[in-house]
Design a protein around this ligand. Structure first.
Ligand SMILES: Nc1nc2c(ncn2[C@@H]2O[C@H](COP(=O)(O)OP(=O)(O)O)[C@@H](O)[C@H]2O)c(=O)[nH]1
Ligand SMILES: [Mg+2]
Length: 255
């Protein structure tokens, strides 16, 4: 059975690297095999030691020096250089005999998702075994306005990268029970979300209509969000089950 590839994607600081590490430890505890891949050419300290690190091919500091670029320009150049080296990187990843490949993506979401190179990278590394685990940042998602913004961004990422996508509410341990239930309800029921927006709009002047939310649903931003926490381990098994569902119709892999 070829390895399943999980890409951890989301805005800066939403918890991608921490969840990559937590999910690896969870897999290993369950008796599964996994490897980690760092796709961020600018990552300095990581919680885990990646089995494959793109910094062995492209390093942000080197790109800044050699191309005379600032940090932002270098990030963009590095994202494109990643695609130029991807065949070789893919060979190294494929050389690992494992059940799961966990790919930690660059800090800023647009660097990975809005560069032309990213689709090439995913196609080359994973073919049709890619699952995008899209992390909602709880500090944004807990207001209706922020939740809609998060949905729009995830829909936009999905539009760019047409692979199966699993929305997760990251750092769920940071939300109160009430906030968490609210967010989960909004992800299941757009009318609940619309009503919450109307309630908020008195303060925030939000101008939105139900048709807009339906349109978001139509581009696939409508799956119920799964609460997860790298801190408590909540939801890690749900990610596993969802991945099984996507790739194997729910059958367990052999341990
Ligand atoms: N409470 C809590 N904090 C978390 C969790 N996951 C990540 N964090 C914290 O959020 C911050 C950003 O995490 P990081 O993984 O570096 O985010 P990234 O930029 O998306 O890779 C760090 O301070 C983490 O310790 C979580 O599940 N619960
Ligand atoms: Mg990170």
């Amino acid at each position: 059975m070829p390895a399943k590839h999980l890409y951890f994607i989301g805005t800066a600081g939403c918890g991608k690297s921490t969840l990559t590490n937590a999910y690896l430890l969870w897999l290993q505890n369950q008796g599964y095999d996994g490897i980690t891949v760092n796709l961020d050419p600018g990552a300095d300290t990581l919680l885990y030691t990646p089995d494959v690190d793109v910094q062995d091919w492209i390093n942000l500091t080197d790109v800044m020096r050699e191309c005379g670029l600032g940090p932002n320009g270098a990030q963009i150049a590095a994202a494109d250089m990643l695609a130029l080296n991807i065949k070789e990187i893919a060979q190294v990843v494929a050389g690992h005999d494992t059940d799961f490949v966990l790919l930690d993506t660059p800090g800023q979401v647009e660097l990975f998702t809005f560069r032309k190179s990213s689709k090439i990278v995913i196609d080359e590394l994973s073919g049709d075994l890619a699952l995008l685990v899209y992390l909602y940042d709880p500090s944004l998602a807990k207001s209706a306005n922020g939740f809609v913004s998060t949905l729009m961004l995830s829909a936009s990422v999905h539009f760019r990268l047409p692979f199966p996508m699993l929305p997760v509410l990251a750092k769920a341990d940071m939300l109160t029970e009430v906030d968490r239930e609210k967010v989960e309800a909004w992800s299941r029921d757009y009318y609940a979300l619309f009503n919450a927006l109307l309630d908020e709009s008195a303060e925030s002047q939000t101008q939105i209509n139900a048709e807009f939310l339906q349109a978001l649903e139509a581009v696939g931003a409508s799956k119920a969000v799964m609460p997860v926490s790298a801190d408590t381990g909540e939801g890690l098994e749900d990610i596993y089950n969802a991945a099984q569902q996507v790739f194997e119709g729910g059958e367990d892999v052999e341990r």
